[in-house]
Design a protein around this ligand. Structure first.
Ligand code: PMP
Length: 411
């Protein structure tokens, strides 16, 4: 993929499976912004894909108790029985899904779940349909596993959602998976039951195609949007859907590294084979914390949603007031994905022409000291992503700077 920097150094020969893959563009921008900050520049980083809240106290306490109780050894390969039971309970309670313990798996983050699933199912040349804009790791993991990503552009006009005709057209005899992410990183767009239905009908006509539903941002939704996951809408799909979720975003637990999924027994078993050779099991202490997250009080999620919503409204209204930028109101997650077509072709005060969204985000970083991620990193241009998981004071300052920087463009 062109969105990443390849691992190339004199005298080092990487395996061909990573020849086209590298360090994520998001991490590169973060590293550059952090280096500028260390030099004393007042950089505001709106690139992070994690909540700014802390992990709730009852979850931290469960981890401390687990350490003192000696839960410090290897656990069962793909999750302790107690955590698997908590996941079964979560799927039943929140999603109306009926998974048994041998139909769920736990990994070191949802990222490992995706990796295990692709590693366990993809043969060279197998295709994975990924609507763009997409979370950058999807296509890189597919590539590492020897598969081919089939990127399908889903523009702002389609509210960044895959349409049934697009799905139908993208399916070939080599299609193994379709990957849907709702609410989406980076667009914040989410699929309602009505949005999913036509896609489900296409999938029912193509029984060889499996679906990964990445529900990572399930709990971060706004207004009157009702979250739904595909298997809940069509139980016949259960035998070929992997329903992916995790505690990172909802419970502010990105560093604990616990993700999980529900899916057909045979797939779950195959994924355990990969995990057994990669990590043996997810961290025992983090698993204890995840049990507390899933079984514990959920009321605080409402307050966090309200806080994110306030920030979403602030960012969307401020961006839409800037000449040249256009931002739709996302249904969920903590990102905005704004169009910047209106600034392309303009010239910076230093005389640089802005040709691409990456030129624009470079300008924002270098001159306004605001780090955001260009749409090219997510496979759909010209856009840029802002993560608003950040204090309102810093957001206002960053938005002021973006406004001033855009007003200074000539042409
Ligand atoms: N899916 C999506 C859409 C994400 O944005 C992320 C994190 N950025 C993940 C999965 C992985 O999350 P984790 O590995 O922390 O569980």
């Amino acid at each position: 993929m062109t969105i990443t920097t390849k691992v190339e150094e004199a005298g080092f020969r990487p395996a061909s499976r990573i020849a086209g893959v590298g360090v994520s563009k998001i991490l590169q921008i973060g590293a550059k912004a952090a280096a500028m900050k260390r030099e004393g520049l007042p950089v505001i980083i709106l690139g992070a894909g994690e909540p700014d809240f802390d992990t709730p106290d009852h979850i931290k306490k469960a981890a401390k108790v687990a350490i003192d109780a000696g839960e410090t050894k290897y656990t069962a390969l793909d999750g302790s029985p107690a955590l698997k039971q908590a996941i079964v309970g979560k799927f039943r309670r929140e999603n109306g899904l009926d998974y048994s313990v041998d139909e769920v798996t736990v990994g070191a983050g949802a990222k490992q779940i995706l990796f295990n699933a692709f590693m366990a199912t993809i043969n060279p040349g197998d295709e994975v349909i990924i609507p763009t804009p997409y979370w950058t790791s999807y296509s890189d993991i597919v590539e590492v596993c020897g598969g081919t990503s089939v990127l399908v552009p889903c523009d702002a006009g389609a509210r960044f959602r895959l349409q049934a005709e697009q799905l139908e057209k993208a399916i070939t005899p080599k299609t193994r998976w379709v990957l849907l992410n709702s609410p989406s990183n980076p667009s914040g767009a989410a699929y309602s039951a009505e949005d999913y239905q036509p896609l489900i009908e296409v999938l029912l006509r193509h029984p060889q195609v499996w679906l990964m539903a990445d529900d990572m941002y399930e709990h971060i939704i706004y207004d009157d949007f009702t979250f739904v996951t595909p298997v809940a809408l069509e139980p016949r799909l259960k035998e070929r859907v992997l329903t992916i979720n995790g505690v990172s975003k909802a419970y502010a637990m990105t560093g604990w590294r616990i993700g999980y999924a529900g899916g057909p027994k045979a797939l779950i078993k195959a994924m355990a084979v990969i995990q057994s050779q990669a990590t043996s099991c997810p961290c025992s202490v983090s698993q204890a914390a995840a049990i507390a997250a899933l079984n514990g009080p959920q009321e605080f999620l409402k307050d966090r949603r309200a806080s994110f919503k306030q920030r979403r409204n602030l960012v969307v209204s401020r961006l839409n007031a800037v000449d040249g930028l256009e931002c739709r109101t996302p249904e969920g997650a903590f990102y905005t994905y704004s169009g910047c077509a209106g600034v392309l072709g303009k010239t910076t005060p230093k005389g640089k022409k802005i040709v691409t969204d990456a030129d624009f985000t470079d300008y924002l970083l270098e001159e306004a000291h605001v780090a955001v991620v260009p749409g090219s990193a997510f496979g759909l241009s010209p856009f840029f992503r802002i993560s608003y998981a950040m204090s309102e004071v810093e957001l206002v300052e960053a938005l002021d700077r973006i406004e001033t920087a855009c007003a200074a463009l000539q042409g």
